[in-house]
Design a protein around this ligand. Structure first.
Ligand code: ATP
Length: 362
């Protein structure tokens, strides 16, 4: 079975801990994206799975077998890198066939396998061309073809699309996802592009400073972020994270005070378990209703900057004490600069984070 198990894996470079006690399981046929800001340890984690970096502690198990002592070439892993380095003097077909020359199989078998992956990745028509004579998208597909032409235990992708332009990246995401869906292999993709992770992954592991902060489906990490970091990292425009004081909870409403206003917010009943004190309230820009007049559950702010975004409009509003609140409304909702806004957060989409940054929920 093609599976990847990473158990309490740690990597130290001298005193510096780049990856700390990371646990991750990837099932056969599952795509897991490692997502996080630059330097958080994504590539180091991937390199330890591949055997290109030795784990300081912990265990890497692939297809049920401990791999720590095995060299990369013995792990039967296919890797696709950001720099896909095709051999310029070989045709596309010969580039794809390259990994098979290390296996003891006949020329006819090699030709058959190359044809098969060329069909999957729509490269039939360019098999006889040189790498210099194909587009960037085709080059990337050749790199993927070269990875899947063997029958590896699993796939590892390191920022596979980051060198492509935006449009090509968009179409390649779909194509790679479709190819992976048919192969039933455990796959790990490293990316710092949340859109890539949200569209390609079955689950996303969000990393920060060498730790995994949350692992979940794209919907889970978006709709139920485990902490303030994940909440701020996932979603565009970014979630509003408002520092506030919890004053009381009753009848399904939390009275919170910020910006010299008291607001009665509908929140998860688990907030009842918090003592009054500092909290962070998280509301995504699309989770506000703009209502005609003040209500007890409305946040007051003034529209300061209006940015048309096609079908929607992004409003930057400012509260009395100067906090910025981003609100996204449909384009036909007319708002003028200087207008006083009454913003009611949707209770089902209002997140409360305790003082330590963890999400509070039942
Ligand atoms: P990026 O998106 O920028 O590639 P990343 O999340 O993949 O970032 P890593 O490349 O895994 O991050 O690096 C994690 C941390 O470990 C960084 O602070 C990096 O500087 C450090 N690091 C990586 N390799 C080494 C090394 N060989 N020696 C010392 N420090 C290293």
């Amino acid at each position: 079975m093609s599976t990847i198990e990473v158990r309490k894996i740690t990597k130290r470079f001298g005193e510096f801990v780049a990856v700390r006690d990371v646990d991750l399981s990837v099932a056969a046929g599952e795509v897991v994206c490692l997502l996080g800001p630059s330097g958080c340890g994504k590539t180091t984690t991937l390199r330890m799975i591949a055997g290109l970096e030795r784990a300081t502690a912990g265990e890497v198990v692939i297809a049920g077998r401990r791999m720590n002592e095995l060299r990369p070439e013995k792990r039967n892993i296919a890797m696709v890198f950001q720099f896909y380095a095709l051999y310029p003097a070989l045709t596309v077909g010969q580039n794809i066939a390259m990994p098979l020359h290390y296996e003891r199989i006949s020329t006819a078998e090699i030709a058959g396998r190359v044809d098969r992956v060329a069909d999957i990745l729509h490269l039939r028509d360019v098999l006889d061309r040189m790498p210099g004579q194909v587009s960037d998208g085709e080059k990337q597909r050749v790199a993927v073809a070269r990875a899947i032409v063997r029958d590896p235990n699993c796939f590892l992708f390191d920022e596979p699309l980051s060198r492509l332009d935006v449009e090509l990246r968009h179409s390649m995401r779909g194509q790679i996802k479709a190819v992976l869906a048919d192969l039933s292999k455990a796959t790990v993709i490293v990316t710092h592009d949340q859109l890539e992770a949200l569209t390609m992954a079955d689950r996303i592991a969000i990393m920060r400073e060498g730790l995994i902060e949350q692992v979940g489906t794209p919907h889970e990490v978006f709709a139920r972020p485990a902490n303030v970091f994940v909440a701020s990292f996932i979603g565009t425009p970014q979630m509003n994270l408002i520092d506030a004081e919890l004053k009381a909870y009753g009848n399904g409403k939390a009275t919170v005070s910020f910006d010299q206003q008291d607001v009665d917010l509908g929140v998860d009943p688990a907030v009842e378990g918090l003592r009054p004190g500092r909290i962070t309230v998280g509301v995504r820009p699309r989770a506000f209703s703009v209502v005609p007049e003040h209500t007890a559950d409305a946040v007051e702010a003034m529209a300061e900057l209006i940015e048309p975004m096609g079908a929607e409009t992004l409003i930057h509003a400012r509260t009395r004490t100067g906090s910025d609140i981003r609100v996204v409304v449909p384009r036909d909702k007319r708002v003028k600069v200087g207008e006083a806004l009454h913003l009611v957060p949707d209770p089902a989409q209002t997140h409360v984070f305790a003082e330590d940054g963890r999400a509070v929920r039942a």
